[in-house]
Design a protein around this ligand. Structure first.
Ligand SMILES: Nc1ncnc2c1ncn2[C@@H]1O[C@H](COP(=O)(O)OP(=O)(O)OP(=O)(O)O)[C@@H](O)[C@H]1O
Ligand SMILES: [Mg+2]
Length: 230
């Protein structure tokens, strides 16, 4: 369970101060899939960075399974980021000259998992994201965008994170491939009971998530749903 409490992040912009995140509070149940929409520059990526401990808030707190990030020293924050968070980005951010399977093994290596176990788990994850087995050992710069995003999602799952943060994971994909990626995230949140928060510009994709939030003028509001999407 993720509890976000009155989060504020301000930046200096010339002689002005901007607050793209200005008093954001919400909770995510374990295993839920939620989306965030909002205009460009509204603070969506800033908010994800705070949740993933890539950045620190000006004030407020994020509490993950009872542990307050505000109370953690830097070393523990790094550990949290590596072990408890899986990141998925618009640009995939894979290592281009490593194979798909090596990319997925990398976070497990940082976490100290033995080689044989890493290899087996990486293969299983690539199967779960439905990457064609003959492409498992192909260098990722020789995969299509949709295939690369599947690898990136498998990599995000590698250490069984508590939370997956996906920043416009379908932004570089065509509509149909984007839909497959959202469906994949949805089934993974169910099967692994992983909490997933996805930022998207695409309203039709946001509609496919259980909950949808809108970030506007530093505040987050939840859009009311009349029916479950699952
Ligand atoms: N490190 C930083 N220093 C100063 N200003 C920043 C920094 N990071 C983000 N900002 C500003 O904060 C605001 C929110 O940026 P953010 O990247 O969170 O928006 P976004 O909603 O993700 O936009 P997009 O949809 O275009 O990705 C913008 O005005 C941006 O210029
Ligand atoms: Mg952004």
């Amino acid at each position: 369970m993720i509890v976000v409490k009155d989060l504020v992040r301000q930046f200096k912009s010339g002689d002005r101060t901007i607050k793209p995140v200005n008093g954001v509070s919400f909770e995510l149940e374990k295993g839920s899939l939620a989306s965030i929409v909002g205009k460009s520059g509204s603070g969506k990526s800033t908010l994800l960075s705070l949740l993933g401990a890539l950045d620190k808030p000006t004030s407020g707190d994020v509490v993950v399974d009872g542990v307050s990030l505000a109370g953690l020293p830097d070393g523990k924050l790094t550990e949290y980021r590596r072990r408890d968070i899986g990141f998925v980005f618009q640009q995939f951010n894979l290592i281009p000259n490593l194979s798909a399977v090596d990319n997925v093994m990398l976070p497990m290596e940082f976490a100290g998992v033995r080689k044989a176990a890493r290899l087996q788990r990486a293969k299983e994850l690539l199967e779960q994201v439905q990457l064609d087995p003959e492409k498992h050992s192909r260098r990722t710069n020789r995969l299509s965008g949709g295939e690369q995003q599947r690898v990136a999602i498998a990599r995000a799952l590698a250490n069984e994170p508590k939370l997956i943060l996906a920043d416009e994971p379908t932004g570089n994909l065509d509509e149909q491939t984007g839909e497959h990626i959202i469906e994949l995230l949805s089934s993974l949140s169910r099967d692994h009971n992983t909490t997933i928060l996805v930022v998207t510009h695409d309203r039709s994709l946001a509609k496919k998530t259980e909950r949808c939030f809108r970030l506007q003028q530093g505040r987050l509001t939840e859009e009311v749903r009349t029916e479950s999407r699952r």
